[in-house]
Design a protein around this ligand. Structure first.
Ligand code: GRF
Length: 199
């Protein structure tokens, strides 16, 4: 499975996926392209260090549709079969999703459907929940709303700040995303309505 990872920032989830694939922990997966909408995304350098092809398609100076068309073209040119969003800070339109239907994953730092959108860890701390975690899900037209592939739970401590909770969740994000990628690459699942069932 040729995997393309879309990032906007530091790219720690991208690194987790790329290293797991390279080390044979995700049979059949290979990260072939890391694409960012931000030229200064730290993850680009981390991809290059690993010998992974990188691309930048800035949103600036393009309409949303042009931007997505170029992103899709870059993915297509690299022969990408599965797209993993990893800290990619843009919503994808139905036009993009039409081309990659059922083949786009995202990771979100909360137990969805709780706390979708920005600053999920801060939302969790401010709401006073006692557990939080992360969710890997298929992407559809809704915000953080597609079928859930996997979730991992962490405690929320009384002393937590959004930063300390984020750090605890991030450790689990790397595990969850690797596990979800392995499942999707194995093909041993089926999506029934909103449910991703393991076969
Ligand atoms: C992660 O917390 C991810 O869940 C969220 O954005 C952050 C990206 O971190 N969508 P990184 O760039 O993978 O280190």
């Amino acid at each position: 499975m040729r995997v393309g990872v879309l990032i906007s920032g530091r790219g720690s989830n991208m690194v987790a996926l790329a290293d797991a694939a390279r080390e044979g922990r995700v049979p059949g997966a290979q990260v072939v392209l890391v694409l960012s909408d931000k030229p200064r995304a730290g993850g680009l350098e981390r991809a290059r260090e690993r010998g992974i092809e990188t691309a930048v398609v800035e949103r600036r100076g393009r309409t949303r549709e042009e931007h997505e068309r170029e992103v899709a073209a870059a993915l297509r040119a690299a022969g990408v079969e599965l797209v993993c969003l990893a800290g990619y800070m843009r919503l994808l339109s139905p036009c993009f999703l039409g081309e990659f239907r059922g083949r786009v994953l995202n990771i979100h730092p909360s137990l969805l459907p709780a706390f979708p959108g920005l600053d999920a860890q801060r939302q969790a701390v401010e709401h006073g929940v006692k557990v939080s975690g992360c969710t890997v899900h298929f992407v559809d037209e809704t915000l953080d709303g597609g079928p859930v592939v996997t979730q991992r739970v962490v405690p929320v401590l009384d002393s937590d700040t959004p930063e300390t909770l984020s750090a605890r969740i991030l450790v689990e994000e790397h595990r969850a995303y690797t596990e979800a990628l392995a499942l999707v690459c194995s093909g041993r699942y089926e999506v029934v309505g909103r449910r991703v069932a393991r076969l």
